[in-house]
Design a protein around this ligand. Structure first.
Ligand code: AMP
Ligand code: MN
Ligand code: MN
Ligand code: MN
Length: 273
């Protein structure tokens, strides 16, 4: 069985419509897929959880921060109609809008004109994020590529990386748990923390009610998988895995294509009811 528990659609910053993503997942041999758009459940509107031979697990990827690090928390197997999670989505959507205005101001100071309006025009739903600012920077010739725009303007630690608007970690965890979901720290290796600091993050996450971590996120080498598996076991967390698919290009992993979970961990799906 292939479980891919992390993916995106056009409802946030992916390129495919929900049904196109489902079709691609089936084509790639995925058995169980979680669509986990950033701070929104829109993909599940009118989508039944059984799609031919593919099972869907309702999910979301919330943005928050811990100390000075921007982090992402997945909610898996949530009830997408729960009042708690809908209140969370509402809060984060408003936070995103305010943050986008702030990013616009910050970029203005860097000599980039009309970035908020430019990014908003590129967004096609409630989600407006750094990828839209990056695209705008490319379109007006201020960056050579999306990568270049992240490197210069909106990537982690750069001026446009505004994070103080998000709900805090305990609140995000609470929304997910009240919606009957399991909380998973997304892509722990992406935060580029030392192992000591990552352990502190995981301890704070668990203190807040966090239950699992992604042991496998897209392509990673065997040492990384073993290291994350060991950490997961040591911290007594559930283990998750996913591609974090956004679009079919080299920057993002393909649906269902990532290393298997190590044997010594408890897969998060054992707790799906
Ligand atoms: P936001 O939700 O506005 O914080 O934007 C974060 C999103 O930007 C991530 O989920 C990625 O999809 C995307 N992203 C982050 N870094 C890069 C990068 N270097 N190149 C392309 N996309 C990126
Ligand atoms: Mn993304
Ligand atoms: Mn993420
Ligand atoms: Mn993601």
């Amino acid at each position: 069985m292939i479980f891919d528990l992390h993916s995106h659609t056009r409802c946030s910053d992916g390129s495919l419509e929900p049904l196109e993503l489902v079709a691609r997942a089936i084509d790639k041999g995925v058995d169980v897929l979680a669509i986990t758009d950033h701070d929104t459940l829109d993909a599940y509107k009118g989508l039944s959880l059984q799609q031919g031979r593919l099972g869907l697990v309702a999910g979301i990827e919330f943005s928050t921060q811990w100390e000075s690090t921007g982090i992402h928390v997945l909610g898996l197997n949530v009830d997408p109609a729960s009042d708690a999670i809908l209140a969370g989505v509402h809060y984060q959507t408003e936070a995103r809008r305010q943050r986008a205005e702030r990013i616009g101001e910050v970029l203005e100071k860097k000599g980039v004109p009309d970035a908020f309006a430019g990014a908003a025009a590129l967004a096609h739903s409630g989600y407006i994020g750094r990828p839209h600012f990056a695209q705008y920077l490319v379109d007006i010739g201020r960056a050579r590529s999306i990568e270049d725009a992240f490197r210069k303007y909106v990537g982690d630690g750069k001026a446009g990386d505004v994070r103080q608007h998000w709900a805090d970690l305990p609140r995000v965890v609470q929304w997910i748990r009240e919606a009957g979901g399991i909380t998973v720290l997304a892509h722990p290796l992406k935060y580029k923390l030392t192992r000591t600091k990552l352990k502190r993050l995981l301890a704070a996450f668990m203190q807040a009610g966090g239950q699992g971590m992604e042991v496998v996120s897209g392509q990673q080498n065997p040492q990384q998988t073993a290291g994350m598996g060991q950490l997961c076991q040591q911290m007594n967390l559930l283990a998750s895995c996913g591609s974090d698919f956004h679009r079919a290009d080299t920057h993002w992993g393909e649906l269902g294509k990532f290393p298997a979970l190590p044997r010594n961990v408890t897969p998060v799906w054992e707790r799906f009811s």
